[in-house]
Design a protein around this ligand. Structure first.
Ligand code: DQA
Length: 147
């Protein structure tokens, strides 16, 4: 299985950014943890972060035919980006939506997502561990699809 992990805007600042919401682990640490787990499970994993909507859209387009499942934390674009939603719909790659914080326990504007109704599922509120949960969910999804 080929998995692409996409990190949206401001997630490059993980570790120092609002640790009460997003924890102390850096993005590099999260990516390293995912890479190690993917290797144990025999999955091929690529990860990409951008603060720019267009760069994330181009990366999604490039994944067409190259990726079996996407794990995406769209960050603030969760609540704003029809364009990113349309990109995922266009390439028709199954995806899992993940948030470090519990978006339902915060400001009301974080409750709406442009992604959740298209996602295989949503993980929110488990901090960096949520990425491990998402990778496990992707693995199970790909295994189930093979049989
Ligand atoms: C986030 C939640 C979003 O509301 C916020 O804009 C982020 C991070 C999360 O991982 O909890 O940047 O996606």
């Amino acid at each position: 299985g080929r998995i692409l992990v996409l990190h949206g805007p401001n997630l490059n600042l993980l570790g120092v950014r609002e640790p009460g919401h997003y924890g102390r682990q850096s993005l590099a640490e999260i990516d390293a943890m995912l890479a190690a787990q993917a290797q144990r499970w025999g999955l091929r994993l690529a990860s990409f972060q951008s603060n720019a909507e267009h760069a994330l859209i181009e990366r999604i387009h490039a994944a067409r035919g190259q990726t079996d499942c996407i794990i995406i934390n769209p960050a603030a674009f969760t609540h704003t980006s029809v364009a990113l939603r349309d990109a995922l719909a266009a390439v028709a790659i199954p995806f899992i939506e993940i948030h470090l914080s519990n978006v339902h326990a915060r400001e009301p504007f974080r409750r709406h997502s442009y992604f959740s109704d298209l996602a295989l599922g949503v993980i929110s509120g488990f901090g960096a561990h949520g990425y491990c949960l998402a990778l496990d969910a992707a693995r199970h999804f790909l295994q189930a699809r093979q049989t």
